[in-house]
Ligand binder design. Structure first.
Ligand code: ADP
Length: 196
């Protein structure tokens, strides 16, 4: 059974909004496991596993990886009955179907989340950040065209999740523009209001 001070958070935000950076910091702060589905997938690709081989073409194009592959990777590992009771999950869910499947599993295993942090940033600011990161990151999917397509995927398939979580009264919107420390402070302040 989950202890009362367990904390389970989801991080939503467009590519380049800072989910990964902030997710890592929040996990440290709350002593929780940090899970990035993008990192898990890149590790699978690197190891040449079957999942990695299936996922890679989607990732290279900037498409979302199909729900069933993602769910196979996440449901048990992150939300299973023996999983870490505290986590910060970034990059999942990205579709309403993923969110619904995750919720059903979480109810069964006592892993429903306490809040969903959404990092908000304007479209123009995003493009500027991602062009900069593309020049520096060395990630295969950080070329300008792919990045633009990832943003389109986010806007079409992931943005509807904001309504989904708002409807469940879980959404915490945070302005993602500013320096990294400042944004962390904002998230922590918003969460401490929320989780009291
Ligand atoms: P970003 O947020 O910058 O797109 P990520 O590292 O979170 O970076 O994701 C990289 C890629 O991994 C995505 O473009 C997508 O192809 C795939 N991916 C990660 N998480 C998911 C998910 N939950 N559903 C579908 N595809 C995913």
């Amino acid at each position: 059974m989950a202890a009362p001070d367990d904390i389970r958070l989801l991080m939503l935000g467009a590519p380049g909004s800072g989910k990964g950076t902030q997710g890592t910091r929040l996990a440290e702060r709350y002593d929780a496991r940090h899970v990035s589905t993008g990192d898990l997938l890149r590790a699978q690709v690197e190891q040449g596993t079957e999942l990695g081989q299936l996922a890679q073409p989607y990732m290279d194009r900037g498409d979302l990886v199909p729900d069933e592959l993602i769910l196979g990777m996440v449901l048990d590992d992150v939300l299973g009955p023996d999983s870490e009771p505290s986590f910060v999950l970034d990059g999942f869910p990205r579709t309403v179907a993923q969110a619904k499947a995750a919720y059903e599993q979480a109810v069964r295993t006592g892993r429903t989340v306490h809040a969903v942090v959404c990092l908000e940033i304007s479209h123009d600011e995003l493009i500027a950040r991602l062009d900069k990161r593309g020049a520096e990151s060395g990630r295969a999917d950080d070329t300008a065209d792919t990045v633009r397509h990832r943003i389109e995927e986010y806007e079409q398939k992931t943005l509807p999740l904001l309504d989904y979580y708002e409807g469940r009264d879980l959404l915490v919107r945070v302005d993602a523009v500013g320096d990294v420390d400042e944004v962390t402070q904002r998230i922590v302040a918003a969460l401490s209001e929320r989780l009291r």
